[in-house]
Design a protein around this ligand. Structure first.
Ligand SMILES: Nc1nc2c(ncn2[C@@H]2O[C@H](COP(=O)(O)OP(=O)(O)OP(=O)(O)O)[C@@H](O)[C@H]2O)c(=O)[nH]1
Ligand SMILES: [Mg+2]
Length: 437
């Protein structure tokens, strides 16, 4: 823009309309510490920043249980209103999940928009979905979230105050129309997604026939999953220092050293308290992880509490039925970590430390991954004499036994073993030529 007047106007417009300012609210409950509440709010602050807004202030309260009307106490609601007035803020966001009723009551009492963490995550997802399937999944999640909250929304809530919610009137009738329209749209989206899921399954089956194993990168949002895929395969996936930059999966072929090529997929990241509705709507995307042969679990080793992020990721994996898939830990952003503490890598068997950004540690990672893949795909046959209970025990401990049979000379076992275990057990391995089929 050349006109200085227009430039100035543009700048003001951006200032006024672009970055909304928001008051954050956190509640410390039960055995939680104040630090945990603050850390939750730090993450919420990142989320609203990603959604395009700024934190103006934060308010916290300690409670035994949520207030059924407002989530926080009435006194705290008054305080919240004063803070909003003083800072000229129109929106508050709770780090906890609000029921539709609580959300409505808060908006009425505050005269402002009251949102929860779920609404912010949905907003980010809506901004970042690009494929047909991603968009449909996000829209479905948003409509399911909106349906029980139809009467809310600061403006709707306020304008209906006079007439009284729940009384039959023009507003109510419109509400019913809206509700029916949304329900029809939900049904349509569900049908579309079933069809898309079907297509995806067919594609997967044909990939399965290609015989390539599927390795899926999972992990907390912003851990560096897309950076890793790019470094390994030059996939050119968008990398951003923002949460949920990736929603739609990308798959590339990756040749492992001395092994078969595999298909490596980068997909949506997880977060603490990932809204259940989103998980439900993203089923077809998340299925990729559940059906993988191996999960590469990328962890940001420079995070304040990497272990908590691991726990959060595992909770989501369990919810989508991917907790039985073998997991390979990759501790990323090693370049940012000076003190590894005693145990991060040691505590997780077979884990490696890398810097996906600087291409460090990736060769070791690839070799380790190749070894793990070999272990889960290749079956070794062993003959173990009866008096070697120690060997039998270590095969069961270190590998996955697919068959064992009593024979004259001892126990014939077929098992999937890592190359390290196979090396140790070399004297018991039956040469291919002597194997039974
Ligand atoms: N210092 C450092 N930064 C890294 C490393 N790997 C990734 N990053 C940065 O971390 C941020 C997030 O990286 P992404 O690859 O987008 O992370 P992601 O896990 O795909 O994140 P989502 O798709 O948003 O869930 C970016 O700013 C990257 O540049 C690393 O090894 N070291
Ligand atoms: Mg990503």
């Amino acid at each position: 823009m050349s006109n200085p007047y227009q430039e100035a106007l543009g700048a003001t417009l951006i200032e006024r309309t672009f970055r909304e300012r928001i008051v954050l609210v956190g509640v410390t409950m039960g055995g939680q510490t104040d630090d945990e509440t603050e850390e939750g709010l730090d993450e919420l602050s990142l989320l609203i920043d990603t959604a395009g807004a700024d934190e103006a202030a934060r308010l916290t309260q300690r409670r035994d249980s949520p207030d059924s009307t407002f989530y926080i106490g009435k006194g705290k609601v008054d305080e919240l209103k004063e803070v909003c007035l003083a800072l000229d803020v129109d929106t508050v966001v709770f780090d906890n999940e609000l029921s539709p009723g609580q959300q409505y009551n808060l908006e009425k009492a505050l005269g402002r928009t009251a949102l929860d963490r779920t609404a912010v995550i949905l907003d980010i997802f809506a901004q970042n979905a690009h494929t047909l399937e991603g968009k449909a999944q996000v829209e479905l999640a948003m409509l399911r979230y909106r349906l029980p909250r139809l009467r809310r929304g600061a403006k709707a809530g306020l304008s209906q105050q006079g007439g009284g919610i729940g009384t039959r009137g023009p507003g109510e009738t419109r509400l019913e129309v809206d509700r029916r329209r949304i329900m029809r749209r939900i049904t349509k989206l569900e049908q579309d997604l079933v069809a898309l899921r079907h297509t995806r399954q067919t594609q997967r089956k044909s990939r399965g026939r290609s015989g390539l194993a599927s390795v899926v990168i999972v992990g907390y949002t912003n851990a560096g999953k897309s950076t890793l895929l790019n470094s390994l395969t030059r996939a050119g996936v968008l990398v951003e220092d923002r949460l949920f930059a990736t929603l739609d999966p990308t798959t590339r072929r990756l040749s492992l050293p001395g092994g078969e090529p595999v298909l490596l997929t980068d997909t949506v990241g997880f977060i603490r308290q990932l809204p259940h509705g989103l998980i439900e709507s993203f089923k077809s995307t998340l299925e990729i992880a559940a059906e993988a042969d191996m999960l590469v679990h990328v962890v940001d080793a420079s995070a304040v509490h990497p272990e908590q992020q691991i726990t959060a990721v595992r909770e989501v994996l369990a919810e989508i039925g991917a907790d039985q898939v073998p997991e390979f830990f990759v501790f990323n952003k090693a370049d940012l970590v000076e003190d590894w503490g005693a145990s991060l890598v040691e505590d997780h068997q077979g884990a490696v430390a890398v810097s996906a950004l600087r291409n460090e540690g990736l060769e070791v990672m690839m070799r380790r991954l190749a070894d793990r893949m070999r272990a889960i795909t290749q079956v070794t046959e062993l003959m173990v004499p009866y008096d070697r209970g120690d060997i039998l025990a270590s095969i069961h401990r270190e590998g996955e036994v697919v068959m064992s049979e009593l024979e004259d000379g001892g126990m014939r076992i077929r098992a999937r073993l890592s190359s390290a275990s196979e090396g140790r057990l070399r004297e018991f391995v039956v040469p291919l030529t002597n194997q039974r089929n």
